[in-house]
Design a protein around this ligand. Structure first.
Ligand code: GN1
Ligand code: MG
Length: 368
């Protein structure tokens, strides 16, 4: 593998010499490697093979990432932020001048600078990490607010469109190609029981009552990079940066960060939403986002957590019914069902605490 990675790395315009590479992170979709080089003044590079079955248009994806990161760089400079190179991902062009390389097998690759002395959390360990994570997402959205959503491509059409996913879900459950619908009857019913609530919200998005913005769209807590001292540096994994809604970014951070258990936790007794973590996230997020969110976005902010958790439950369940065609990185046959069940349990926990979640947001939005 190292030899292949060396060949790919050489296609990029870095001026650095490949030493070795190792896998980085735990993404479900792409394959990511840290490349160490012989040149001491380079901290290294992150080489990523983009899954082109998920992302059908890599040039468009790359354009989005580069445009967003260059815009962020400009904003950071204008704000006089120090240590700017650690505050935003920087992509490098290939020798062709394009910001991606297509190899002989038809795989697509991106390269960015590695940010040293930084770390990502799979789990949030304290309210201060939750606050910082929320703040990073709010700042990311705030700095991108000057970029018109229309200037970015919709690289995965209907990505957070739960109504569209529900339309597909009905077809998939009906077809039941692997005869898995019978054993997942309870989960399918749990989807249907909430369908109207979710579609009602999506109608607000389609009507424009909830505005479209440039958003990250994959804000799990492991996509926030922190300094070793625990302050948030920047958002990583910019593949899904495109037009979206602010509250799904907030929601995905809660889904991934306010649950003390893993996304695929088999022991459902461990899964729940920690209201203290929710509060810390909301405080951090609103310290940045209060300045630009509309009153309807604030009204539905807590709902964003339910929305994204429901969506993730739907996606894992649907993929299980379809035969693990999207989330192919599974460790056993029932893995996507296990993931779906953990997400449903988390959703139920949010539902039980929803009144409190709304009160927290309301208090922060009005007093802040
Ligand atoms: C995928 O690949 P990764 O882990 O960054 C998925 C997200 C899901 C997430 C669930 C492009 O993200 O939407 O929320 O898994 N990315 C894509 O863990 O579908
Ligand atoms: Mg991702």
């Amino acid at each position: 593998m190292n030899h292949i990675l060396e060949t790919i790395f050489a296609q990029f315009d870095t001026g650095a010499f490949f030493r070795r590479a190792r896998p980085l992170g735990q993404g479900h979709i792409n394959d990511t490697f840290l490349v160490e080089v012989h040149n001491e003044h380079h901290a290294g590079f992150v080489l990523q093979r983009i899954n082109h079955f998920v992302f059908r248009d890599i040039p468009a994806l790359t354009e989005n990432k580069v445009r967003a990161s260059q815009h962020l760089l400009g904003r950071l400079a204008a704000e006089g932020v120090v240590d700017i190179k650690r505050r935003v991902l920087q992509f490098l062009p290939a020798t062709t001048g394009l910001y991606y390389h297509r190899d002989v097998q038809g795989n697509y690759w991106n390269l960015s600078r590695f940010i040293p002395d930084a770390m990502a959390y799979e789990k949030v360990e304290s309210p201060s990490i939750a606050f910082e994570g929320g703040r990073a997402i709010g700042a990311f959205q705030r700095r991108l607010a000057g970029l018109a959503p229309e200037s970015l491509h919709d690289t995965i059409p209907h990505f957070h469109d739960v109504a569209h996913r529900l339309d597909r879900f009905h077809k998939v459950a009906e077809a039941d190609v692997l005869l898995r619908a019978n054993s997942t009857r309870l989960e399918i019913e749990a989807i249907l029981a909430r369908e109207e609530e979710m579609r009602t919200f999506m109608a607000l998005v389609f009507s424009g009552a909830i505005p479209r913005r440039v958003t990250h769209n994959d804000t799990k807590i492991s996509n926030v990079l922190f300094s070793r001292e625990g302050s948030a540096l920047c958002m990583i994994d910019l593949d899904t940066v495109m037009p979206g809604i602010a509250l799904s970014d907030f929601g995905d951070a809660i889904r991934s960060g306010a649950n003390p258990a893993r996304e695929d936790e088999p022991d459902l007794g461990k899964v729940d939403m920690d209201i203290g973590m929710f509060t810390a996230f909301a405080e951090g997020y609103l310290s940045e986002a209060r300045s630009f969110l509309t009153s309807s976005e604030l009204e539905y902010l807590a709902f964003g957590a339910k929305l994204i958790t429901y969506e993730q439950f739907l996606r894992f369940l649907m993929d299980y019914l379809e035969g693990d065609v999207y989330y192919q990185k599974i460790q056993h046959e029932e893995h996507n069902l296990q993931r779906a069940r953990a997400q449903l349990k988390l959703l139920e926990s949010m539902e039980a605490q929803f009144g409190q979640m709304c009160e927290v947001v309301h208090a922060l939005a009005t007093t802040g």
